[in-house]
Design a protein around this ligand. Sequence first.
Ligand code: HEM
Length: 500
Amino acid sequence: MELLVTGLIIAVTAVLLVYSWGNKVKHSRLPPGPPALPFIGNSLHIDKRAPDRSLIQLSRKYGPVFTVWLGPRPAVVLCGFEAVKEALVNQADDFGARGTVPSIRKVTNGYGIASSNGHRSRQLRTFAISALRDFGNGIKTLEDFIRQEAECLVEVFKKTGESPFDPTFQLTSATANIMCAIVFGNRFDYKDPKLLTLLSMIDENMKVISSPWGQLYDLLPNLLDRLPGPHNRLFENADKIKNFLREMIQVHKDTHTEGKPQDFIDSFLIKMEEEKDNPRSEFSDENLLLSTFNIFLAGTDTTSSTMRWGLLLFLKYPEVQEKIQSEIDRVIGMERTPCIGDREKMPYTNAAIHEIQRYSNIIPLNLPHTVTRDTEFRGFLIPKGMIVIPLLASVLYDPCCWETPESFNVDHFLDERGHLKEKEAFLPFSIGNRMCIGEKVAQMQLFIFLTTLLQNFTIGSLEEPSAIDISPLSSGFSTLHRPYQLYCIPRKSARRPARE
Ligand code: HEM
C-alpha cells in the first residue's frame, strides 16, 4: 500500500513538472508570475470574492506586468496607471482587441459591439458612438429623457413615505428606462411586468457573473457545461433577454418610417438598408441583436450600481450630502430640475461624483483585452490572442496617483481653490480603442439623477454612519456593495417637480 502511495506521489509530481516545464518552454518570454498547477492554474492564488485585490497583491511580488494562469489558460495582468496607460494608449493598436472569455463567447458568438474585433468592431463602434451622440427624436434630447426619468424617480421615492427601503429596484428601473429610450425609443412604467422580468434577469446575471460560479465557468467551461448549477441561469437569462430584443426589433421592422430614426434600432435598420449591397458590411441581423443586447446590459446595471454606491456613501458621509445640497440650493434652487449645464458651476458635486466612481470601482478587472499580434511590452513577449487584463482597480486605487486611495475622499478631485481637478488616473470607463462608448450618457445620468434626488430629499439611514459598512460584498466582474436601506425626508422647500 505504502509503495502504491509513494508511486502515485512520484507520478503526480512528474506530471506536474513536465507540465510546468512544457509551459515554461512554450511561454518562455512571458512576464513572470506565480507557479501554476495543471488545469486549475493559479486559482488557489486568487480569492474568488475579491480577484482584483488578489491580483494587486500578486503584482507586489511579480511587478506591474505579470502572468497568471486562469485555469489552463495564461493571461497577462497590467497593474497600475503607468502600465495600463502604456499598453492601452501608447500601444493602442496592439492592445485594443477584445479578449474572449468562454461565458461571453457562448452568449455572443463574437457578434455585437463588445465582443467583436477588427473590421466588425470598428464599424459597429463608430456607428454606435455616432448614434449615441445624435440620440434624440427631434423633439426630445437624451438630456430631456433623463430629466423626465429623474422626475419619475422622485415620485416613486416619495411614495415610500419616510420608511426605509432598498433603492436597487427603483434606481435600476430608471437607468434601464434610459437604455430603453436609446434602444427602442420608449420607457416602461416601473410596475410593467416586461420591465420587471427584464430587471430580475439582469440582476440575477450580474450576481452570477460576479460570483465564484461565474468565474469558475470561465476557468473550466467544458466541465461546467455538463454540470447543473447557478451558472446555467446566466445563459437561460441571456436567451430570454435576446428573445425580448428580437421581438422589439421585429416591431421596429414592421413599423419604422423610412428616414425617420426614433432610436438605435431604427438607425441600425436604416444603415442595414444603405449597406445592403456592400459585401463587407457588418450591419446584419445578428450584429443588430447583439449590439442592442450589449448597450442594454452594459448601460443598465453599471450606472445603477454607481448610483447605489453613491447613495450609500452619502449615508456614510452625511457632510458630503450637505455640501452637495448647499451647491444645489445656490446654483439650481428649487424651482426647476437640474440640467447638465449646471455641472460646470457645481465643482463640489462634480468632484463627489468622480470620487464615487473611483471609490466604487465597479468594473475592477475591466473587460478582457487581447493583443492583435505578437507584442513586445516592457521586454516581454505577449503572444497574439493571449488574454490581457488591464486591471482598472489597480489604477483607481494606485497609491502613486491618489493621496488616500483606500478612503472616500472628495478632495482627490478638488484643487486648493475648490475647482474640479482632472486626474489622468480617473479611468472607470477604461481608455484606448475599446474604452466605454457610454461614458457621456452615464455621466449625464449620474449628475442629473443624483442632484435631482438630493434637491428633493435628504436621505438617511437607521444605522449610525459609523456603523455603515462600505467595504465591498464581493468584486468579481462587478464590485457589489452590501445590501442597505435608506429613508428619504422631503426637503422643506422642495417643490413637486412638474412634468414637462
Ligand atoms: C457608470 C457607468 C459605466 C461604466 C463604469 C462603464 C465601464 C465600461 C468599461 C470599463 C468598459 C470596458 C472598456 C475596455 O474594454 O477597455 C465598457 C465597455 C462598454 N460600455 Fe460601458 N460603462 C458604463 C456605462 C455604459 C453605458 C451607459 C453604455 C451604453 C450607452 C455602455 C456601453 C458600453 C459598451 C457597448 C462597451 C463595449 C465597448 C467595446 O467593446 O468596444 N457603458 N464600459
